[in-house]
Write a protein that binds this ligand. Structure first.
Ligand code: AMP
Length: 278
């Protein structure tokens, strides 16, 4: 695997690949890689000639400085995992490379309020930070395809809107959430949970599944309330549990087409998110 820290070195390597019209798939991550990330690398490898993964912990998407400090960093392990997964290229920039001092924000994207709903309501500025960093990374890597996880469903909708408003020409692929054998969505944050809480956290998947199964037999407010109570009974503090429209992510009161159940909740000081298509 080739590892680049500098933009000009990475671009020097990628230019002949582009000239040869070979396809480039890109998987942006913040490291602490797990099977969920590796699934994205695999999807990219299945569709593209070359796979570029980036590891960059983006400070602008953390509204809570403690969360940024506590974010797990495991670079050696990540490099081994990427080599095993046959990733071709790792882009591993530092903060000044992505945010050169004196360079202003590129532009403000218009998300029509999506950035303030659900995750956005609890993490002010988070999605502007996500859009900004993904835009900067895409402008550097210039891939043909971008691979992102359904685990961060709202993030995918935000990035779709950002791409539509930019001059970037690429395809966005959403890869299904990878879960452990019991259903817990894999997340870099899971490693901060005790074994007990990892078990208790299964209630997230169970509640989402229960809402999906009962979506036509009970009213959404009742489903939502019961799901929240189930999570609270396992010790969670629930930020939100909503059934929403898949595009604008506004809560819906009746399901007559596709919908998504989304939740975010805290246990042991760790915030977990998950969702399920209905
Ligand atoms: P992160 O490193 O958390 O920023 O995630 C990098 C990419 O991996 C994002 O597109 C995430 O949605 C995706 N991802 C994280 N966890 C999972 C998972 N359990 N299954 C699928 N994709 C995931």
């Amino acid at each position: 695997m080739y590892i680049f820290k500098q933009v000009n070195h990475l671009q020097g390597f990628l230019t002949p690949i582009m000239v040869n019209q070979e396809s480039i798939g890109f998987v942006p991550t913040m490291g602490a890689l797990h099977e969920g990330h590796l699934g994205l690398i695999e999807s990219a490898a299945n569709k593209c000639d070359w796979v570029v993964c980036s590891i960059f912990i983006n400070p602008t998407q953390f509204n809570d400085p403690t969360d940024l400090l506590k974010y797990p960093r495991t670079p050696e392990k990540d490099i081994d995992a990427l080599i095993n997964q046959k990733c071709d290229i790792l882009f591993f920039p530092d903060t000044n490379t992505i945010y050169p001092p004196n360079q202003k924000k590129i532009f403000d994207f218009n998300f029509n309020g999506l950035e303030n709903r659900l995750e956005g309501a609890f993490r002010p500025g988070h999605f502007q930070g996500v859009a900004e960093v993904v835009h900067r990374l895409l402008s550097i890597v210039r891939p043909h395809s971008l691979f992102m996880g359904q685990k961060d469903y709202q993030q995918v909708q935000i990035v779709k809107k950002m791409i539509d408003q930019s001059d970037l020409d690429l395809q966005l692929h959403t890869v299904p959430t990878v879960r452990n054998s019991k259903g817990l969505a894999l997340s870099s944050r899971n490693r901060r949970l005790s074994e007990q809480s990892q078990n208790d956290a299964l209630i997230i998947f169970e509640s989402l599944s229960w809402v999906k199964e009962n979506i036509h037999s009970k009213a959404i407010p009742a489903l939502k309330e019961e799901a929240i109570q189930r999570m609270i009974s396992k010790g969670f503090k629930v930020d939100y549990f909503e059934v929403v429209d898949p595009q604008d992510m506004l809560p819906i009161s009746e399901v007559d087409g596709p919908a998504v159940a989304c939740t975010a909740a805290w246990i042991e000081g760790v915030r977990l998110i998950d969702n399920m298509l209905i």
